[in-house]
Design a binder for this molecule. Structure first.
Ligand SMILES: Cc1cc2nc3c(=O)[nH]c(=O)nc-3n(C[C@H](O)[C@H](O)[C@H](O)COP(=O)(O)OP(=O)(O)OC[C@H]3O[C@@H](n4cnc5c(N)ncnc54)[C@H](O)[C@@H]3O)c2cc1C
Length: 589
């Protein structure tokens, strides 16, 4: 029984060899948005094939997000070849790589932080792709187009220029009273306080913006596919796995092979193009299964090579650690939580230690948690995968006190991982090697970022409550003096993981051209975070939507359709209303 199902499109019945104009593989953050934009004009028949089903209530209601990992609503991937240190700190001996498997993909399971990144990130994409259309000035209109900001403090300020008010993605900014004293403390520690971290000024501490509106998660399942479930040209095939892209003898992608929910194997054809939006792990997997990837690797598995490309290389992710502070003494009982909002107030920070950097080097989420909450344990263990003793250590240390739990993140790590095939069986998960902190300089930089952030301990408020950082009993770090640089370096070696912001495995400039076409074949594009050349300085959902917006414009340009009026626009009703009627028909409004 899925009470939320009425919000989402019904299952499309697809016949073997049925034809659509576009097939979008994966109805995630990017795939859902792309299918919405492609179907909005009414001129193309669009099919979305999604491996998962409808998101449950725990996804729809923002406050329940922490219950979704390790369920059937995600892929439950784990990493391989991790460092010996991670084996000590992560319960399963590997990193859990949470990844949404339902309509909306990651946008249905993520933490709903709306962060775009910094202008310099996009300018570097323009350099990598040798295409100025990816620089900041040229991507900003797409961010504005998809957004519907509902914050008058931002809209009626100088930052209002950077935001949209008509898009599908409802964005709210939330300021609860508890956040003010922390913002004051970070200001005293020398950080700038920002009204809006999604404008041109991105370094400082601020209140986060959330992909939440009207108490509902703004997943692509809800705002793109669900909102338009009655469009007759938008078709959604759920619980169905695409196992191969089908090519003709000239390397044109002409369709996909799908295993449906009732175990039929069908072929679905695309009149125009196939779009892969299966995410940073599954898009490279599907390309490789279809003969597009590193020649040696494919040949070792007996796969015929269509295009020899570095598919699966360049895997990048923000690296995270967890630090906890004992704050005010308190035995107060908390009020019940409203599931329509984030469970705790958050203060978001972007910092740098190198003053010459124009983009932030690290990001911090400060969760303000009351004394009687189990959240430090749950976030540490269930969501981030650290071992039970470590997470229990966090919880025991804060008994009788409120907690400030911080995730601190390296925004631009040098370390890169890779995705390869385990076998030619499409039901086998890919081999994912994140290689987090494999470059020693990332660990050095991370230590500097953490020490920079910890300066907040010397502020009036933190001193007034005798704030202390929780000292964990990490066997490998006992020889270092608590609080020394050597201690923190050791701490970070154990206490790290990925932020679930995987990108780059089919990047533009290496695997794709700057118009998202897969090199060496035709009629095949990629639109998801695997296409990004490098990480933005922020969470990656907004970047996935950006790619979808750009893709839809490129496809509409490349596949013009002759406009045939349907009739019924009565010329006698006046010039303006006749034109209005034709415009309506043209855009399919
Ligand atoms: C736990 C978590 C927390 C996060 N928090 C945030 C946050 O707060 N803010 C933020 O901006 N970002 C966050 N992210 C990241 C963000 O959600 C992702 O970057 C984004 O969803 C990526 O979009 P995508 O379209 O590339 O892939 P996805 O959204 O992952 O979509 C891929 C879709 O393809 C489907 N699929 C895969 N293979 C196949 C196949 N063979 N056949 C059919 N369908 C297939 C998948 O089931 C999935 O639905 C978080 C991610 C996670 C996992």
């Amino acid at each position: 029984l899925l009470l939320s199902s009425y919000l989402f499109p019904e299952q499309t019945q697809v016949r073997d060899y049925h034809k659509y104009d576009f097939i979008v593989v994966g109805g995630g953050a990017a795939g859902g948005a792309a299918a919405d934009r492609l179907s909005e004009c009414g001129r193309y028949d669009v099919l979305v094939v999604e491996a998962g089903g409808d998101p449950p209530t725990e996804s729809v209601l923002p406050g329940l997000f922490s219950f979704l990992p390790h369920s059937k609503y995600e892929w439950n991937f784990t990493s391989v070849n991790d460092s010996e240190y991670l084996k000590e700190s992560h319960g399963i001996g590997a990193l859990g790589l949470t990844s949404g498997r339902m309509l909306g993909g990651g946008s249905s399971i993520n933490y709903m932080i709306y962060a775009r990144g910094c202008p310099g990130d996009f300018d570097s994409w323009a350099d990598d792709t040798k295409d100025d259309r990816w620089n900041y000035d040229n991507v900003l209109p797409y961010f504005r187009k998809s957004e519907r900001l509902e914050s008058s403090e931002i809209l009626y300020s100088a930052d209002g220029f950077y935001h949209g008010t008509d898009g599908f993605l409802g964005i709210t900014r939330e300021g609860r009273p508890d956040t003010a004293r922390y913002l004051d403390a970070f200001k005293e520690a020398g950080h700038k306080i920002l009204n809006d971290a999604n404008g041109r000024d991105n370094i400082g501490f601020t209140l986060p913006q959330y992909m939440i509106s009207g108490g509902m998660r703004q997943s692509s399942a809800y705002v793109n596919l669900g909102a338009h479930k009655d469009r007759t040209n938008l078709h959604v095939l759920k619980n169905s796995l695409v196992v191969e892209v089908i090519f003709d003898s000239d390397n044109n992608a002409i369709g996909v092979k799908v295993v449906t929910d009732d175990n039929r194997v069908i072929t679905v054809l695309a009149n125009r193009e196939v779009i892969l939006s299966a995410g940073a792990f599954n898009t490279p997997k599907l390309l490789m299964l279809s003969g597009v990837g590193p020649k040696q690797h494919l040949q070792s598995l007996g796969i015929k090579v269509r295009s020899d490309l570095p598919v699966g290389k360049n895997l990048q992710n923000h690296v995270l650690s967890l630090v906890s502070f004992k704050m005010e003494n308190s035995t107060a009982k908390s009020a019940p939580q409203d599931p329509h909002e984030m469970p705790f107030p958050i203060v978001l920070g972007y910092g740098r230690v190198d003053e010459s950097q124009t983009c932030p080097e690290y990001q911090v989420f400060n969760f303000i948690i009351p004394n009687d909450s189990e959240a430090p344990f749950d976030l540490c263990s269930f969501n981030l995968g650290f071992t039970e003793p470590i997470c229990q250590g966090f919880l025991d240390a804060v008994k009788g006190r409120n907690t400030l739990l911080a995730t601190i993140t390296v925004l631009h790590p040098e370390s890169k991982g890779q995705v390869t095939l385990r076998s030619t069986d499409p039901f086998d998960p890919p081999l994912i090697e994140p290689r987090i902190l494999s470059e020693e300089r990332d660990l050095d930089a991370f230590t500097s970022y953490l020490q920079d952030y910890l300066r907040v301990l010397n502020t009036t408020y933190f001193r007034s409550v005798n704030a202390e950082v929780v000292e964990l009993d990490l066997p490998g770090c006992k020889s270092h003096e608590f609080g020394s640089r050597a201690y923190w370096k050791c701490y970070l070696r154990y206490m790290n993981g990925g932020m679930f912001h995987d990108v780059g495995t089919c990047s533009m400039g290496a695997v794709l051209d700057s118009e998202l076409r897969v090199l060496g074949v035709r009629r095949l594009r990629v639109a998801d975070t695997s296409a990004l050349p490098s990480l933005p300085s922020g969470n990656t959902n907004a970047a996935a939507v950006l790619v979808a917006e750009r893709l839809a414009d490129l496809l509409k340009r490349d596949h013009p359709v002759e406009f045939v009026p349907k009739g019924g626009c009565d010329a006698d009703s006046g010039y303006v209303s006749t034109i209005y009627c034709y415009v309506n028909q043209y855009f399919g409004w």
